[in-house]
Unconditional design. Structure first.
Length: 381
C-alpha cells in the first residue's frame, strides 16, 4: 500500500517528485522548496543529512517564512534559513555559465558549458535549471531572442540588425528569428504587419476579459472593466497585425479561459506564445512553478532566478505580464504577505488568491485546440 505525505493540508502519494528529492538528498533542489517534520517540529533543506523522516510526518513549504508561519523552526544541521556555501558556489558556477552563453557567437553545447562550469553535463543541467528556471538551451534561446529584439528596434535595416545580434549568416538569422518571434524580422519591424491575431472578448465574474492567439499559441489574456480598452491594449501590442475577432472556433477557447479564471486552481494547460526578454522569461518560468494556493514574495522570486538584487526588476516583469492566470503573477506578494500592485487591479488579485485557497487543485484539465494555421476571413479593426 502506498504511503502518503501531507502537502499544504492535502494528502499526496510518495510518488510526488519532491519526496524522491528528499529521499535522495538532492542538493540541486535546495532553495526550490523546504520540508518540515511534524514529529520533530523542524524544517530542512531537501539535501539535509538528518535521518529520513516518516513520510506521513512530512509537509512541503515553498519558503522558509511559510514553514515558520506553520510553526516549524529551522534545522540546526542544514540551517535552511541561512545562505549555504554550497548554494553560493553553485550560484557562481551558474552565473559564469550564463555569461559564457551570452558571449558565445554560436549556441554552445551542453557539454561545453558544463565543462566551463566544472561539472558533469547531467549535474550541471539540473543545477542550472534549479537556479534559473530554464534549461541551458532555453536560456540561450531566450537571450538570443532578446538580442534579436533589441537589434531590430535599434537598427535601420534588417541586415544591420542581423550583424548587431551576432549572426554572420542570413539563413540562420531568419530561421532563428522566425522560431523565436513567430514572424519574420521584417514583419516584426513593421509591427506585425500581415500576421493574423485571433481574439475573443467576453465577460466573467472579474469583469471583461480578452483572449488572443497567434499560430504559436495564446499570446494575451487580459482582464479589465472596459472591453474597448482591452482591444486597444491588444492593438498596441500588435499595431499592424490582422486582428480577427469573433471566429466561431474561439468561443470554446473563451469558455475554457473563463473556467480557469473562475477556478484558477484547475491549472493552465494552454499552448502559449510567450514574448519577452531573457530576464522576463526566467521570471515568468519561476512564476509558473508556484503551486496554486501558494504565494511567494518578489524577493523570493529574485533569489530563485539567481539574481537576489533584482527585486524591482522582478516586480516590473510581473507588471509586464500579458497572460493573466496562465502566468500567475497574482501569486506574488510583498515580503510581509500583503498584496501589492497587480496589472489588472489588486481586488482581482485578491479574488484569484481566495478562489485558489478554497478550491482543490484538479489535474488533467483539458488543453485548448491547437493554434490555427489557416487564414480565414479577416476582420477589420
Amino acid at each position: 500500500m502506498s504511503r502518503h505525505i501531507t502537502v499544504a493540508g492535502r494528502t499526496a502519494g510518495t510518488s510526488d517528485p519532491r519526496w524522491n528529492l528528499v529521499v535522495n538528498r538532492d542538493a540541486s533542489a535546495d532553495g526550490s522548496f523546504y520540508y518540515s517534520v511534524k514529529s520533530t517540529g523542524v524544517y530542512c533543506r531537501p539535501s539535509c543529512g538528518a535521518r529520513l523522516a516518516r513520510p506521513e510526518n512530512v509537509q512541503f513549504h515553498m519558503t522558509c517564512a511559510e514553514a515558520e508561519q506553520a510553526g516549524f523552526r529551522p534545522c540546526k544541521r542544514c540551517k535552511p534559513n541561512q545562505p549555504a556555501a554550497v548554494l553560493s558556489k553553485a550560484a557562481k558556477k551558474v552565473e559564469s555559465a550564463c555569461r559564457m552563453i551570452e558571449r558565445s557567437e554560436n549556441l554552445p553545447s551542453l557539454d561545453e558549458v558544463a565543462r566551463h562550469a566544472g561539472l558533469s553535463a547531467y549535474h550541471f543541467h539540473r543545477t542550472f535549471k534549479s537556479f534559473t528556471g530554464l534549461t541551458p538551451k532555453e536560456y540561450a534561446r531566450a537571450h538570443r531572442c532578446h538580442r534579436i529584439l533589441a537589434s531590430l528596434k535599434t537598427n535601420n535595416t534588417v541586415t544591420q540588425a542581423m550583424y548587431d545580434a551576432g549572426f554572420d549568416s542570413s539563413g540562420r538569422f531568419y530561421e532563428t528569428s522566425n522560431q523565436l518571434l513567430g514572424m519574420t524580422p521584417s514583419t516584426f519591424r513593421a509591427g506585425g504587419r500581415g500576421m493574423d491575431v485571433f481574439f475573443a472578448i467576453g465577460e466573467c465574474s472579474l469583469g471583461s476579459f480578452l483572449v488572443a492567439q497567434t499560430k504559436k499559441g495564446v499570446c494575451s489574456i487580459l482582464l479589465g472593466d472596459d472591453p474597448v480598452k482591452l482591444a486597444r491594449d491588444l492593438h498596441d501590442r500588435f499595431p499592424n497585425a490582422n486582428l480577427i475577432a469573433n471566429e466561431p472556433c474561439y468561443e470554446a477557447l473563451a469558455a475554457k479561459v473563463v473556467s480557469v479564471i473562475e477556478n484558477p486552481g484547475l491549472g493552465v494547460h494552454l499552448p502559449l506564445d510567450i514574448r519577452g526578454t531573457a530576464f522576463q522569461r526566467r521570471v515568468w518560468q519561476a512564476l509558473r512553478r508556484i503551486s496554486p494556493g501558494s504565494t511567494v514574495s518578489y524577493t523570493e522570486i529574485a533569489r530563485r532566478i539567481g539574481m537576489p538584487k533584482a527585486v524591482r526588476a522582478v516586480a516590473r516583469t510581473c507588471g509586464a505580464n500579458a497572460l493573466a492566470v496562465a502566468i500567475p503573477c497574482h501569486r506574488v506578494v510583498r515580503s510581509d504577505g500583503s498584496l501589492s500592485g497587480y496589472r489588472w487591479g489588486v481586488e482581482r488579485k485578491r479574488a484569484l488568491l481566495e478562489r485558489e485557497s478554497r478550491a482543490r487543485p484538479v489535474t488533467g484539465a483539458s488543453s485548448l485546440p491547437p493554434p490555427l494555421s489557416k487564414h480565414p476571413k479577416r476582420d477589420q479593426r
